[in-house]
Design a protein around this ligand. Sequence first.
Ligand SMILES: NC(=O)c1ccc[n+]([C@@H]2O[C@H](COP(=O)([O-])OP(=O)(O)OC[C@H]3O[C@@H](n4cnc5c(N)ncnc54)[C@H](O)[C@@H]3O)[C@@H](O)[C@H]2O)c1
Length: 259
Amino acid sequence: MRLNGKTALVTGAGGGLGGAIAKRFAAEGASVLCTDRDLARADATVSAILESGGTASALTVDIGDAADCEAQVAETVGRYGRIDILVNNAGVSLHRLALETSIEDWERVLRINLTGSFLTAQAAARRMAAQGSGRIIQVGSISGQRGNMGGIAYGASKAAVMHICKVLAVELSAKGVMVNAIAPGPIETGLSVHGPTRKKGYIDRIPAGEYGTADAVANAALFFASDECEWITGHVLNVDGGYGGAGVAYDPAEIATRS
Ligand SMILES: NC(=O)c1ccc[n+]([C@@H]2O[C@H](COP(=O)([O-])OP(=O)(O)OC[C@H]3O[C@@H](n4cnc5c(N)ncnc54)[C@H](O)[C@@H]3O)[C@@H](O)[C@H]2O)c1
C-alpha cells in the first residue's frame, strides 16, 4: 500500500472529488480526517472507508473561518499523531457575470476558496516543517487558467489557489515539504452541474471527448501524496482530458486536402 502509516487531512471530503480522494488514500493505508461543513456528507465518506476496513473520522469545519482552518489541522495531529498529507480540496463555485458580481459574492468565494486554502496550508506547513516532511496538494481548476464566462470570482480564486503551491514550494522544499496542485477539468459533482450549452462547449474543447471522473483526480492526488513523487514540487498537474494543451480540432478530411 502506497500510503501505509501516513496520516491525511482531506477538506471537503463529503463532496465528489474530496470523497474519492479520501477513499483512495484510506484504501492505500492512510488514516484520514475527513472535514466538511456538511457533517452528514463527511460521515458518508467515513462510513464507506470504515466498511472497506480503512481508518477515517469526520469533523465539521467551515474553511471560511480562520479558527476552523487551524482546528482541522490540530485535530488531525490530535487524532492520528501527525499530519503527513493535506489535500486542500473544499471549495464553492459561483456562476455570475463580472458586472453582476457584488462585493459580498467576491468576498465569500475568495474567503472560502483562497483564504481558507491558504490558512489551512499554513497551519499544516508549520507542523510539516517541524517534523521535516509533508505533502500539500492544492485543488485548483482549469477555470483558474482560462477566462470562463461567469467565472470572475471563482476563476480568480482558483488561479490564486494554484499560485500558492509555487510560493510554498519555494519556501518549504528545503524543509522536506513538497507542495503541488491539481487542475481538474469538468467532472460532474454537486459543484458542477452544467447545462447543455456549457456541456457541449467543454466536450468540443476536450480532446478526450468526455468529462472526467473523480477517480482520475484521486489518482493524481495519490501520486503527489506518495513516495513515488520525489523531487517534484511547485507543479500544477492538469487532469483535464487534454483541454489545457489543446489547439483547434477540425475535420481530418480537410487536413488531407492540404500539402
Ligand atoms: N467538479 C468539477 O468539475 C471541478 C473542476 C475543477 C475544480 N474543482 C474543485 O474541486 C473541489 C471539490 O469540488 P467537487 O466537484 O467535489 O464539489 P462538491 O460540491 O461535490 O464538493 C465540495 C465540498 O466542499 C464542501 N464545502 C463547501 N464549502 C465549504 C466550507 N466553507 N467549509 C468546508 N467545506 C466546504 C461542500 O460541503 C462539499 O462537500 C473544489 O475546490 C472545486 O473548486 C471541481
